[in-house]
Design a protein around this ligand. Structure first.
Ligand SMILES: [Zn+2]
Length: 294
């Protein structure tokens, strides 16, 4: 009887141990799954990640994923002894309030992600034909490839802004990395055309709340009209969206690395000119808004 009880006891202990091992394995599997989910969540774009500063008030927070067909990032160039050219102050026509009656209708056309050797050049021709100016937020690594296009932009009176070196969402990287992205791009712009860019358009509209305070030397600019041309590649739809949403003080977002976007520029410009709009650079638009608020 005692022997049977001992055997039953051993069997019970064995069962319990087996169950414990199974439970332990389940727990480990569950923990691994949770860890994987957390990691995946952290790598996914979430609107909550995007916090933008108060100024400028006209801009809206719009999160989108943009084209990723850019060439891979190159390693940082070795510093050379050659001094960088000095910035050219007043590269834009000097702003004179008298030239911009405050009761006028003003709008800024902006292009992100370029320059593109074919599409940006085509857009520059269209802008010249219509005698209007725009603002180009250039990618550092593309500007590095086609510095001569930046020269053409400046010669035509367009404004150049910084769109980071390798299209990094500023909410996803450290302050040191953000500084490297911005400063490296500004050095490329300066070397290409002698302009010290003051405006930054953060890729995806993303940045940490602290970024404008950390980089007071830059003005961070988003947009108010986003036809998502990069995504839809729908020329007619983009034109319709922009003409419908346009209003005084608006900032239009387009992408000069998309073929379909090239065909939208002339109808948009002509349509808005016909409605009495004056095209201005983003800096001029911000200056007009400041005067209006004064
Ligand atoms: Zn972009």
């Amino acid at each position: 009887m005692g022997e049977r009880r001992r055997i039953v006891w051993i069997m019970l202990v064995h069962q319990v141990e087996k169950r414990n091992i199974v439970l332990l394995l389940c727990l480990v599997a569950l923990l691994c799954l949770c860890a994987a989910c957390t990691l995946q969540d952290a790598q996914t774009d979430r609107p909550g990640d995007a916090v933008v500063s108060d100024p400028p008030p006209v801009v809206s927070i719009v999160i989108h994923t943009e084209p990723t067909d850019l060439p891979p990032a190159q390693p940082l160039p070795t510093p050379t002894e050659t001094p960088a050219p000095s910035p050219t102050p007043g590269f834009l026509p000097a702003f004179s309030a008298a030239d911009y009656p405050l009761n006028g209708k003003y709008i800024a056309l902006t292009f992100d992600d370029g320059p593109h050797d074919k599409y940006t050049r085509a857009i520059l021709e269209i802008l010249a034909e219509n005698n209007v100016v725009a603002t180009f937020f250039v990618s550092g690594r593309r500007a590095e490839q086609w510095p001569e296009i930046l020269k053409e932009m400046v010669a035509a009176g367009h404004e150049i802004g910084n769109h980071t070196y390798s299209h990094k969402g500023l909410a996803k990287i450290s302050t040191a990395q953000a500084r490297e992205q911005l400063e490296r791009t500004n050095a490329i712009i300066l070397a290409a055309c002698g302009v010290e860019a003051k405006l930054v358009r953060p890729p995806y509209g993303q940045m940490k709340k602290s970024i404008p305070e950390t980089f007071p030397e830059y003005t961070f600019v988003l947009w108010t009209i986003d036809p998502r041309d990069w995504e839809t590649k729908d020329t007619k739809g983009t034109i319709h969206h922009v003409l419908k949403k346009a209003k005084d003080g608006g900032i239009i977002l387009l992408h000069d690395i998309k073929k379909a976007t090239v065909g939208t520029v002339d109808p948009i410009v002509k349509g808005l000119l016909a409605e009495g709009y004056t095209f201005v650079t983003v800096s001029t638009l911000l200056a007009i808004q400041e005067l209006r608020e004064a």
